[in-house]
Design a protein around this ligand. Structure first.
Ligand code: ATP
Ligand code: MG
Length: 416
């Protein structure tokens, strides 16, 4: 109980004082049983949402139609949900109805896996575990509550959640749970890609992402939402998974490593957008994929590397280096020293803060027009590109006098 924050205990005590059944449920109970500090605490109660609202001074009706209210207690937010059961799933995505229940076991029986279907009352130290969650936690097994076939047919996201929990916890799928996946892929196909993306992110950022990706491929799930990756040869897939595992826990980096050797930048961006990542994320992943193969650039001179920095942007250099290191450490470990030397050169070039864009030129657009004696016209753009090209070759040229002299020379030469 030492783990449970004071405000959560206060909410539980208050509801019990009013005569309601009340428990912690879901992930926090699973984590406490395995002796890991939970990241959030969900409370479930027999009290109806209106009764919960009346029991506390400050409440937010977060998802009141599903029975969830947020109690603001001692400066923190505590989610309290009325015991629920769910009506039939008609479309494999959401239940046709939800009903409030008086009995915790009814609530637990709608939950996905045995390890997520335990409840705990810290005041009575009462653990409710009707489906063998503790045994499965000890055995490191993800097992559906009831028939896997039925549970996966109700909500098509559950098979992916099973694989995600296996990766996050380092567990295996119970054979019956695993064997039910291929036959229910048709239901998984209907799931909103936002929900798929949320689970994929958790899987990719887990300590066993490599094993999670193997399970995704073997169960057929991967082919549904990442066919470009599922199509890879066995060897390419193995290398890619190992590289993902070797990459730091940053979603853009891990996604780029997953895609860099299998698709081009356009496909990478399309995949990011298809999976409903924000534009910013899809663009960054595409950029990282485009430039990921740093090992191909080890021989290049400073001007070329400065142009690379200009394309990638100084802010994204650490992520690009992370992608390259992860790939090379797996695909060509003997080349890692060369890539590290290149990384050091890129970092040194970046640290010198060279001018990389038009707005960093020592001449403004106005200066350029004055020097050429023209108003706004296409030639200003051409002149700007010429000057930027010059300073990318040699940043020492970036003074107003030098650029003005070069500009006049260029203008005379171009004959305009
Ligand atoms: P995490 O630590 O990743 O948040 P969690 O167990 O809290 O793990 P959530 O996705 O936050 O996972 O869900 C909270 C609880 O709600 C789960 O433990 C499970 O009991 C139940 N649950 C969530 N999604 C489903 C689902 N699709 N089908 C059935 N039960 C679900
Ligand atoms: Mg949670």
């Amino acid at each position: 109980n030492a783990d449970i924050p004071r405000p959560v205990l206060d909410v539980i005590a208050r509801l019990r004082e009013l005569g309601h059944a009340v428990y912690l449920v879901g992930g926090c109970v699973r984590d406490m049983v395995r002796k890991v500090h939970p990241k959030d605490f969900d409370v479930a109660t027999s009290a109806l949402p209106e009764e919960v609202q009346r029991a506390f001074r400050k409440v937010i009706p977060t998802g009141i139609q599903h029975g969830t209210v947020t109690v603001v207690q001692g400066g923190t937010h505590v989610e309290v949900t009325t015991f629920r059961s769910e009506g039939d799933y008609l479309d494999g995505r959401r239940p046709s109805s939800v009903a409030f229940e008086r009995d915790i076991v009814k609530d637990l029986s709608r939950r996905d896996f045995t390890i997520n279907a335990m409840a705990y009352n810290p005041l009575d130290r009462d653990l409710v575990d009707p489906f063998g969650g503790q045994t499965d936690l000890q055995a490191h097994l993800i097992r559906c509550v009831g028939s896997a076939q039925e549970r996966f047919s109700e909500d098509g996201l559950r098979p992916l959640r099973a694989v995600r929990f296996a990766a996050v916890l380092g567990f295996s799928l119970d054979p019956a749970t695993r064997d039910a996946i291929p036959a229910t892929l048709g239901v998984f196909r209907k799931v909103a890609l936002e929900r798929v993306r949320e689970e994929l992110v958790k899987l990719l950022l887990s300590p066993r992402a490599e094993g999670g990706l193997v399970l995704l491929a073997d169960t057929g799930l991967l082919d549904v939402f990442l066919p470009e990756v599922a199509r890879a040869s066995a060897e390419a897939a193995r290398l890619t998974r190992a590289a993902v595992q070797a990459a730091p826990l940053e979603i853009e980096v891990r996604l780029a490593v997953l895609l860099a050797d299998l698709v081009d930048r356009t496909q990478a961006r399309d995949i990011g957008l298809r999976l409903k990542f924000p534009n910013k994320v899809a663009d960054l992943v595409a950029l990282l994929v485009e430039h990921a193969k740093l090992e191909e650039r080890v021989g290049e001179a400073d001007p070329a590397l400065r142009r690379l920095l200009a394309r990638v942007g100084l802010a994204q250099l650490p992520q690009l280096l992370a992608v390259a290191r992860a790939r090379v450490s797996v695909r060509a470990p003997e080349r890692l020293p060369e890539v590290e030397a290149l990384a050091a050169r890129l970092e040194a070039l970046a640290a010198a803060k060279p001018p990389l864009s038009a707005k960093e030129l020592a001449l403004t657009g106005g200066d350029i027009m004055a020097t050429l004696g023209v108003g706004p016209s296409p030639i200003v753009g051409e002149a700007t590109r010429f000057l930027l090209d010059s300073v990318l070759d040699d940043p020492a040229l970036n003074t107003a006098d030098t650029l003005r002299a070069r500009l006049k020379e260029w203008h005379a030469r171009s004959g305009r």
